[in-house]
Design a protein around this ligand. Structure first.
Ligand code: ATP
Ligand code: MG
Ligand code: ZN
Length: 691
């Protein structure tokens, strides 16, 4: 639970302390340091009773699962099926695979006021790639509405470990769950190798009648297997053919098929569409009998649902033609049978290298026309990237979870990863840092969301290269294993990343140097700010309270000075002049000049009055520049405590006491552990010494 509290605690943070730029530059809120130590397990207190309770809950959920999943078995004849199921809701019974997936997605999400579906199924596990997800959702929406795109194969294209497989897995799981619901009830001819729609049994000559009766169209023809059965078992009386409710299940090979090319040279098209089952030929006396056919191909398993094609461009061209025909015409041709109608959605994925190779061959261009290509790039939002790491860590081996990470480890590593994914263009160094912040939705130098969008348009193919989440996680694991430590700091992890870059033979030397520079940027422009802010805040018993107190005082004094009246001391009731020295001390922190102070103060008062009129409190969050000024003013006052940390002579007991109070606050309120708190204090002290 602690692992994904990013969003909730993020909002309560105040902007960072150190302003790198000129006065008035907006400093974005840094990521939540107050989030407790990432990757740290919950305290073990009272483990025993909790464990049994947990077991009981687990059993409950199993029981619930089986109850739900026993949901409404149904079986009967085609005649029963028409009378009850179809009559109740004809349009459900005639859904295509695309319509079925779309209905599933809709059941898992909400449409906003613009009719855009926010799909919880996908966005709860995939972070920072909302655009590609929206495009996939759109594909299904359009295909379900009968658009031409439904006749094209969906191809996800993206860099390694970019979430393509995960996206397809989520779709498949979603379908499995959906098929157990009432709305997702799906019916098939019992015993049919492609679990085809029972409505296929209705002869073409009667379909116009069906349409008139039920107001829905039937698409598709009965498969060769069932055709023979109707004749041989039921003497042609198709109304007696058995029908049953089916449940989508990858393991059961119903409605989900997966094909991964092992070795493209030996791959046999039979893996997709089956072959003659010699053991059955004797029984049925004829190789051409569909009952002697082995219907084990993934194309058949996937019928009614989704076929996932992994690394599709690695397969032989023969495969590709078969799949493209399947999506376009909804049928497959195997020797000895007439065309077999199969309705399924093919979702394929591939990486960029394969895709470029594919494009180099002229004849592939025509094939490309028959695909809808959706790029699935890496995210460029470092907060989303850090969420991916958290997810990967929480699913990792226990050794990983027992290591404490300081509160900026994942965000700093994520900033590095994003830097490697951005186009460098003309911008260098700090400009890149600004772009990282923009991409995370932070305000920079008066630039905002629009600028971020403009930049994204300019570099439409960003995020297709660079460091993958796996790379970062591997470097983290290596650091943990190597050091055998129970606490890793951001600096440890930056070093581990450096090692990983240097020892990776696949990265070319120029790239290596660039990436190592990015580690420096991540540290200087991000980590330093964040850790300084934590340490500074920990110098106060309640930083927020003291800052608000100072802000109130500042506003009072400003009002008095603007109106030229005296300030009354609340205790002695004596009157005195406004405290100009204090006002200037605050303002100088953000470089407000003597000539500019008047207009600055007027603006502050205007904002304070505005807040007052709206019945709101004027807080640090109401005024970004003042926020920085007040923070810096306060920190200046306590800086001497930090100087004590580095004093070389043996610190006095009283000094030591002061320092350990700060360290304790870092542990209790800012997500550090004892080790990383000590490191952070030393680190920030060195930073201050350099200023
Ligand atoms: N945007 C993301 N949000 C959440 N998790 C992600 C994201 N991108 C990658 N991951 C995680 O990283 C791991 C690798 O992703 P996945 O296997 O889906 O990538 P892929 O695109 O299929 O890669 P490959 O091309 O190597 O097959 C998974 O555990 C996945 O959950
Ligand atoms: Mg994959
Ligand atoms: Zn059939």
């Amino acid at each position: 639970m602690r692992l994904d509290d990013d969003d909730t605690s993020g909002g309560s943070r105040t902007p960072a302390l150190m302003s790198a730029g000129p006065a008035g530059e907006q400093i974005p809120p840094s990521p939540p340091a107050s989030a407790p130590g990432t990757g740290r397990p919950e305290p073990e207190s009272g483990a025993e009773p909790e464990a049994t309770e947990q077991q009981a809950q687990f059993i409950d959920s199993l029981v619930d699962f089986t109850r739900r999943h026993k949901a409404d078995q149904w079986s009967g004849t085609l005649s029963n099926f028409l009378e009850t199921i179809v009559r109740a809701e004809p349009s459900r019974a005639t859904r295509t695979s695309h319509q079925y997936v779309w209905d599933m997605l809709r059941s898992q999400g909400k449409e906003d006021e613009n009719g855009v579906l926010r799909c919880a199924l996908l966005s709860s596990e995939l972070f920072g790639i909302d655009d590609p997800i929206a495009r996939v959702v759109d594909y299904f929406k359009a295909a379900a509405a009968g658009s031409e795109v439904g006749r094209r194969l969906l191809l996800l294209l993206g860099p390694p470990s970019g979430g393509k497989s995960t996206l397809v897995i989520l779709l498949k799981r979603g379908l499995e769950e959906y098929s157990y619901t009432d709305a997702g009830a799906l019916y098939a001819v019992a015993g049919c190798p492609v679990h085809e729609s029972p409505l296929h049994l209705i002869p073409h000559s009667l379909r116009a009648d069906f349409r008139q009766t039920y107001g829905a169209d039937i698409e598709g023809d009965v498969c060769p297997y069932c055709r023979v059965r109707v004749e041989k078992e039921f003497g042609g009386d198709f109304m007696r053919m058995p029908v049953e409710r089916i449940f989508i299940s990858e393991a059961g090979r119903v409605g989900v098929g997966t094909y991964a090319p092992h070795d493209p040279t030996t791959a046999d098209i039979a893996d997709l569409v089956g072959s003659v089952d010699l053991s059955k030929v004797a029984q049925f006396g004829d190789e051409g009998d569909p009952r002697a056919w082995s219907w084990s191909g993934s194309v058949y398993a996937a019928s009614r649902g989704v076929l996932e094609m992994i690394e599709i461009l690695k397969v032989k061209r023969e495969f590709l033609y078969l799949l493209l025909t399947l999506t376009q015409e909804k049928n497959v041709k195997v020797s000895r049978f007439p065309l077999i109608h199969v309705d399924e959605t093919i979702v394929a994925h591939t990486n960029l290298a394969e895709f470029r190779k594919f494009l180099q061959e002229r004849e592939n261009e025509a094939l490309l026309d028959r695909m809808v290509v959706i790029q699935v790039p890496y995210t460029l939002d470092y907060r989303a990237e850090a969420k991916i790491y958290r997810k990967l860590i929480s699913g990792a081996e226990p050794a990983f979870q027992q290591v404490h990470l300081d509160p900026h480890v994942l965000h700093t590593a994520a900033v590095f990863a994003i830097l490697t994914r951005l186009h460098e263009g003309e911008e260098k160094g700090t400009d890149l840092s600004k772009r990282v912040r923009l991409q995370a939705g932070e305000a920079v130098d008066g630039m905002g969301r629009l600028d971020a969008e403009r930049l994204r348009e300019r570099f439409a193919d960003e995020g297709l290269a660079g460091v993958s989440p796996r790379f970062v996680i591997n470097a983290l694991s290596a650091a943990i294993i190597k050091s055998n430590a129970h606490s890793l700091t951001t600096m440890d992890v930056l070093l581990a990343l450096k090692d990983a870059i240097e020892s990776d033979a696949r990265i070319d030397p120029k790239e290596k140097r660039r990436w190592i520079d990015f580690l420096v940027i991540a540290r200087k422009d991000f980590y330093n700010r964040w850790v300084k802010e934590d340490v500074h805040k920990a110098l106060f018993v309640s930083f927020e309270q003291e800052a608000q107190g100072l802000l109130d005082k500042y506003v009072d004094e400003v009002e008095a000075s603007l109106d030229n009246h005296k300030v009354r001391d609340p205790i002695t009731s004596e009157e005195r002049d406004p405290d100009e020295r204090m006002l200037r001390a605050v303002e100088e922190k953000i470089h407000i000049s003597d000539s500019g102070k008047h207009s600055f103060r007027q603006e502050v008062v205007r904002k304070a009055m505005g807040a007052y009129k709206r019945g709101e409190k004027f807080t640090l969050d109401s005024h970004a520049p003042l926020h920085d000024a007040i923070e810096q003013y306060l920190f200046e006052q306590r800086r001497n405590v930090l100087r004590l940390v580095s004093s070389t002579t043996r610190p006095e007991e009283e000094t030591q006491q002061k320092i350990s109070v700060v360290a304790k606050r870092l542990v209790e309120e800012y997500g550090y552990d004892e080790h990383s708190a000590k490191e952070a204090l030393n680190y920030v002290t060195t930073l201050l010494a350099q200023e």
